[in-house]
Design a protein around this ligand. Structure first.
Ligand code: BGC
Length: 751
């Protein structure tokens, strides 16, 4: 019985989490809404202008910690809060520190308004989950929601109220390092994941002390930086903005997201943090958002180098009048708003409206009822790295892995594989698997690939050699690596990027394996021992040589604490891979940006004809398409049927297809439906993902899989900036990735 207790507790923990995730959001009663607005009226009536401005100013609490890791609160911070000079702090964590600062706010400041504590809880707090790009590769919104839920639970226990997540930027250029923080290149998948993350983070109620309020970022089009270089200029049509980049923000909002973050970039000549079009016209007037917008770190001040403001005063004026409510760390609101009001460049009504939005979220979080949200050091200790969280981190990590190649079924490896050589700079590495933005994680908790393999294949002879560094020219380790490879029956090479090669300001102009890693792979390959290449990275890599010359490739991204367990589960077949690429893998860096839902051009590429849209030196297809991923069995598709081939705008496009497990093992398939609008008033992409469904099929079994797409989802933005479905024919493609060619046709007719 003793043995079973931890298991029961863990299952019970998961059930509680799952139940919380599955429940519907509690609708807000109109009476309660009015009550909050009256309460805000009366708070506003009692505030001085300086106190109002204080609510719109956010400071970083800094990272100074004491000998036992406790956060140090300095005198300056105490007096700032006491004077009402700030409404929010970021980067302060821990029940003890947040309680003390909150106490000063509610007991020692005149207005007694609670602080809201923010933090980047991106893919875990003390339990580290896979990076968001990896989680998106699970194509499993329930898993992604659970990860966000657990992260929120841990962070909330440590006094956090607000996370700067989800990051929902569509990224079509893998040179851009922040591709790691989002859900990849696709608008539909990105929207599904954005909503899942908001549901997980905010739970069923914002005033649940286990929930955080989400901050959808970076609004907007930050992922479209020219050349894939961070912070760079964005210039795009309003149609592309509305059809490709904005929908995940709208999906997050529809899921209840309480706050937005303005982005660093400019769009079409207007810096986002001063864009009235984005912050007011689209967000408030069209989408009816009633929460608040925070700037990105210092982004209001950056209106000056953008050439969009002459000085901090003008920057503050443009930002607040555009609809950016809170200034993160630029000090522009603190230093300029009062005089801008005096000069009538900013109205008191504008300030009041921004304060109202901030207070509204504080009310929704329950901070006016319990400013501490029930935190205690005891609860914090109990919640952080709870065994159920670690178990879920393993489950989610393994579902994020994508099997790219598996010649002659080299995988799964037999547990009696004989001698296994584990080689590479990421094989016995605890630092990098946590990925970018790991938050206040402890990398000692990372299970390395070597450790995972040793645990899983205890009966095998396991040899290890680092071989080379991640990004240097040192070849002194090559000989040992080649030597252990020679003695082994199979080699597992763990290669890729450090956690500092993706994320903010971490862009790369060449996206192959860095340093001399490919040279090491070639040297080991020359031994003739079969190689399983396990990749760890925060972006798609250009791996043409590896794909052509190695028998097996496993894309594991940066998987977090449970890296080694998850990878061993896949390598030895305890778990058959279920991940699918959320982003296209190019053949070479020079091919990017390369994404599946491009336009056709007047001369679509054609390998046999010269005057077509292509490069002379490489095939125009990707190395691995969007949606691609193998498993330990195979699937066949047939009998694609559209229930009614003539559709009206209010109908749904209903698709049925037979999927058969044609292999010898049970497995999961992700059935994907892509639609092409054949002819438009404006040109349309060659195809767009509109639906997907996961099916589990026993070996040899088949099933009819039905998917429905509301015809309204086939709409796009016309030249008049209105979204509508245009009557005409559509081609529907169904299959296991964006290159699917099983097709059927339908027609949408006007009402
Ligand atoms: C990043 C944001 C982040 C903020 C606060 C900025 O540099 O762009 O994504 O939320 O810092 O840490």
């Amino acid at each position: 019985m003793k043995l079973f207790r931890p298991l029961i507790l863990f299952v019970a923990g998961l059930l509680v989490l799952h139940t919380a995730v599955a429940q519907k959001r509690t609708p807000v009663r109109p009476g309660a809404v009015r009550g909050v607005e009256y309460a805000i009226d009366s708070i506003l009536a009692g505030l001085t202008l300086q106190e109002k401005i204080g609510q719109l100013v956010q400071y970083s609490g800094g990272w100074s910690t004491g000998p036992t890791g406790e956060q140090i609160i300095n005198q300056e911070q105490r007096s700032l809060i006491r004077s009402g000079g700030t409404g929010s702090l970021l980067n302060v964590t821990g029940a003890a520190a947040t309680r003390e600062l909150q106490r000063i706010a509610v007991e020692e400041s005149r207005a007694r308004i609670p602080l809201i504590f923010g933090l980047d809880v991106i893919h875990g707090f003390k339990t580290t989950f896979p990076i968001p790009l990896a989680e998106a590769a699970s194509w499993d919104p329930a898993a992604v929601e659970l990860s966000a839920r657990i992260s929120a639970t841990e962070a909330a226990s440590a006094g956090i109220h607000w996370t700067f997540a989800p990051m929902v930027d569509i990224a079509r250029d893998p040179r851009w390092g922040r591709i790691a923080e989002g859900s990849g290149e696709d608008t539909y998948l990105g929207s599904v994941m954005a909503a899942a993350r908001v549901r997980g983070c905010q739970g069923t109620r914002l005033d649940d002390p286990m929930s955080l309020v989400a901050c959808v970022k970076h609004y907007a089009a930050y992922g479209a930086a020219e050349g894939g270089r961070d912070y760079n200029t964005v210039d795009m049509s309003e149609q592309t903005l509305r059809d490709v980049y904005l929908p995940p923000f709208k999906a997050a909002l529809d899921a209840g997201a309480g706050t937005f973050m303005a982005s660093f970039n400019e769009i079409n000549g207007v810096a986002s943090s001063g864009s009235r079009f984005l912050m007011t016209k689209v967000l408030r007037e069209e989408w009816k958002f009633d929460g608040f917008v925070v700037s990105d770190w210092g982004s209001i001040g950056e209106l000056i180098p953008h050439g969009f403001a002459a000085d901090p005063g003008q920057a503050a004026e443009r930002a607040i009048n555009a609809g950016v409510d809170m200034d993160m760390e630029a000090r522009a609101y603190r230093d300029s708003l009062a005089s801008l009001v005096k000069q009538k460049r900013v109205s008191v009504a504008t300030i009041d409206e921004s304060v109202r939005r901030v207070l509204r979220i504080k009310f929704r979080l329950g901070l006016f009822s319990d400013p501490y949200r029930g935190t205690s050091v005891e609860r914090e200790n109990r919640m952080l790295r709870h065994p159920s969280h670690i178990a879920a981190a393993r489950t989610i990590a393994r579902s994020s892995i994508v099997l790219l190649k598996n010649e002659n079924s080299l995988l799964p490896l037999s547990l009696k594989a004989g001698a296994i050589a584990v080689i590479g700079p990421l094989a016995q590495n605890k630092r990098d698997p946590v990925g970018t933005w790991p938050g206040p994680t402890d990398t000692n908790n990372v299970v390395t690939v070597l450790e995972g393999i040793q645990e899983a294949a205890a009966g095998s002879l396991i040899m290890y050699a680092r071989g080379c560094g991640i990004d240097d020219a040192d070849t002194t380790g090559f000989a040992t690596a080649v030597n252990v490879a020679r003695k082994a029956d199979v080699v597992v090479m763990v290669m890729g990027e450090s956690n500092e090669m993706s994320g903010e300001a971490c862009c790369r102009s060449f996206i192959g394996l860095p340093g001399n890693q490919l040279d090491l792979v070639k040297a080991v390959q020359a031994t003739g021992t079969p190689i399983v290449l396990v990749l760890m990275n925060g972006r798609p890599l250009a791996i043409s040589w590896e794909a052509a010359n190695l028998p097996a490739i496993v894309e594991s991204w940066h998987l977090g604490h449970e890296t080694g367990h998850a990878i061993a589960d896949v390598l030895f077949g305890t778990y058959a891979p279920t991940g699918r690429l959320p982003v296209t893998f190019p053949r070479v860096t020079g091919q990017v940006p390369l994404y599946y839902n491009h336009k056709n051009t007047g001369r679509p590429f054609n390998d046999t004809s010269h005057y077509t849209s292509r490069y002379l030196d490489i095939p125009s297809t990707p190395l691995y398409p969007f949606g691609y991923g193998l498993t330990y069995t195979t699937f066949g598709y047939s009998d694609l049927v559209i229930d009614a081939a003539t559709l009206h705008p209010a109908d749904s496009l209903r698709v049925r297809v037979t999927v058969r497990n044609t292999g010898t093992r049970d497995g999961d398939e992700v059935v994907q439906v892509y639609v092409r609008d054949d002819v438009g008033t404006l040109t349309r992409p060659v195809r767009e993902l509109k639906a997907f469904k996961r099916v589990h099929l026993a070996a040899g079994a088949s099933a009819t899989v039905a998917l429905a797409i509301p015809v309204s989802d086939l709409a796009y933005t016309g030249a008049d900036m209105k979204r509508r479905v245009e009557p005409g024919t559509f081609t529907v493609f169904v299959g296991s990735n964006a290159a699917a060619d099983l097709a059927a046709h339908c027609e949408v007719v006007a009402k």
